[in-house]
Design a binder for this molecule. Structure first.
Ligand SMILES: Nc1ncnc2c1ncn2[C@@H]1O[C@H](COP(=O)(O)OP(=O)(O)OP(=O)(O)O)[C@@H](O)[C@H]1O
Ligand SMILES: [Mg+2]
Length: 368
């Protein structure tokens, strides 16, 4: 076990206890699914008490502070780090992947702390989700973070995030790996679209211009306009507005309060900003799928295109969690393509990549 300090408060177990508590302390290999994302990290593993899988979901960020008693540097991660240290907190995968040695180092520290405080066992088979992106250096850094951690003694393997994230949307789960379908992975820094043919990616497309982060930026700008310049929100607040209030089935205007510099507070109501930004996002997603990706697929693989569109298109990634977004995309795509198209998603699209990775890991660990 590695030797870094305890970070978050609930990481108080000593190493000895942690080993004893660890899931699967017998010889069985423990399947673990991992998704290290730019906004959040999700880990799915068998719960220690043998009931259904356990899910860890946390912000991908790190802060350090000095222990006033010992003078030692202490590490905090996740929500605690983001709330208590907004001034110094580091989101090391902000651009999607660890871009350089420094952010790879921070990502490794973050991952180690997270594994430690959740007692994820070493004798595990780890499958981790990776973005479909032309960035070999970044992918190699991500690989080093997972390979370098203490888990995955038995096996470490990566699969595309959009494939992992699609599996939980199918009734036959892992069986869907043998099918043909289209996925749209809607993340914070990228939109990824591709067709899967028995697990093989066809005409993968990835763009950094249609993203959850861009929606947050727009929300912040629109809030300023909607309040006649009286309210400036940061991107974290914009993201929270989106995650808490955006709803294509029935958005309710909401109020919030800011403290004013000279004292006193200002209450304001948001009616349009959030849904205007989400609406533009959906238009852009639909345009990209209908006018860029699908023509490409049809040109390269006509029959596969037909087969794929007979199946529902699977929406994955955190942005696919927006209430009503599947129906909205389905409606606008059907209009745009002038043919019936269906869409679907997992129950929790934001967790689906790690859940699917866990399913693959469970399958692979049976073969070990
Ligand atoms: N319940 C929710 N409602 C609305 N948006 C959500 C919800 N949960 C997550 N999101 C948004 O989804 C995005 C994160 O999605 P995801 O976790 O798939 O991204 P990622 O894989 O880290 O990013 P990328 O692959 O693009 O680098 C963020 O913009 C986040 O605000
Ligand atoms: Mg992603």
């Amino acid at each position: 076990m590695s030797d870094t300090e305890d970070g978050a408060g609930d990481a108080a177990d000593t190493d000895d206890q942690a080993d004893a508590d660890a899931t699967g302390s017998d010889d069985t290999v423990v399947p673990v699914g991992v998704k290290l994302g730019s906004t959040r990290t999700v880990i799915v593993y068998p719960s220690p008490d043998g009931e259904g899988p356990e899910t860890v979901r946390t912000l991908t960020c790190l802060a350090t502070y000095e222990d006033v008693l010992t003078g030692e540097e202490r590490i905090l991660y996740g929500e605690e780090a983001a709330t208590e240290y907004p001034d110094t907190v580091e989101f090391m995968l902000r651009s999607g992947l660890p871009e350089d040695e420094e952010s790879a180092g921070s990502a490794a520290t973050f991952f180690t702390e997270l594994l430690k405080s959740n007692d994820i066992p070493e004798n595990s088979a780890v499958v981790y989700a990776i973005p479909t992106i032309d960035n070999d250096a970044g992918l190699a850094n991500l690989e080093a973070v997972v390979e370098g951690s203490h888990i995955g003694e038995e096996l470490v393997r990566s699969y595309p995030e959009s494939l992992c994230g699609a599996l939980p949307a199918f009734e036959n789960g892992l069986g869907a790996i043998d099918d043909i379908f289209v996925t749209v992975n809607m993340g914070s820094t990228n939109l990824e679209v591709c067709a899967y043919r028995r697990g093989e990616q066809l005409v993968p497309l990835s763009t950094g211009s249609i993203t959850g982060n861009e929606v947050d930026r727009r929300i912040a700008n629109y809030v300023e306009e909607e309040t006649q310049g009286r309210v400036n929100i940061d991107l974290t607040t914009a993201r929270e507005y989106k995650e808490e209030h955006a709803d294509f089935e029935g958005f309710d205007p909401f109020t919030d309060v800011i403290q004013q510099p000279g004292g006193g507070s200002h209450e304001f109501t948001i009616e349009h900003s959030v849904m205007d930004a989400c609406d533009e996002y959906v238009d852009e997603v639909v345009d990209e799928v209908a006018n860029s990706f699908l023509p490409d697929l049809a040109n390269s693989y006509m029959k596969v295109y037909q087969l794929a569109l007979d199946q529902p298109i699977v929406l994955t990634g955190g942005m696919a969690s927006l209430p009503g977004i599947t129906e909205e995309i389905e409606r606008r795509l059907t209009d745009e393509l002038q043919r019936d198209v269906e869409t679907t998603r997992a129950d929790r699209p934001d967790l689906a990549a790690a859940e699917g990775a866990h399913e693959i890991a469970a399958h692979l660990s049976k073969e070990l």
